[in-house]
Ligand binder design. Structure first.
Ligand code: HEC
Length: 113
């Protein structure tokens, strides 16, 4: 499933660039790498996986979700909660890569008031 997603992304990307006339120089590969690296966007991951319980601003508290705007956990502790879950919170170990978990944990820090 994860692999499919990656292929789908790469496919989309190649299709999007396919129409560009000319521009087939050496710089292309580097650009692709940059764009793929940029895909690890904590905010995007948060919107995709976390808003259902924590809400856009982190304070929705659906299904007893912790108010992230008042969280006192360190970044590492957040990474641990996101990775392994806690009580009703789902573990994201199998769903998100380590890099993505770190990115979304970093994003959740920005929700603090
Ligand atoms: C199914 C609903 C649900 C989803 C989806 C969910 N959470 Fe949670 N989250 C919870 C609940 C419930 C708690 C409180 C757990 C407890 O009481 O032990 C929690 C707690 C946390 C905590 C601990 C806060 C603290 O200070 O103790 C963090 C950090 C967190 N969630 C981040 C995330 C992130 C980031 C995502 C998305 C990758 C996410 N959560 C997705 C329900 C959810």
């Amino acid at each position: 499933m994860k692999q499919f997603f990656i292929y789908a992304l790469v496919g989309l990307f190649l299709t999007a660039c396919g129409g560009d006339p000319g521009d087939g120089g050496k710089g292309d590969k580097k650009d692709i790498k940059k764009k793929v690296a940029k895909k690890v966007d904590g905010k995007k991951i948060y919107r995709q996986y976390c808003v259902t319980c924590h809400g856009v601003n982190g304070d929705m508290g659906a299904s007893g979700a912790f108010d992230l705007t008042t969280s006192k956990l360190t970044l590492d502790e957040k990474i641990a909660v996101i990775t392994n879950g806690r009580n009703t919170m789902t573990p994201f170990k199998g769903l998100l890569s380590d890099a993505k978990i770190k990115a979304v944990a970093e994003f959740s820090e920005t929700l603090k008031k």
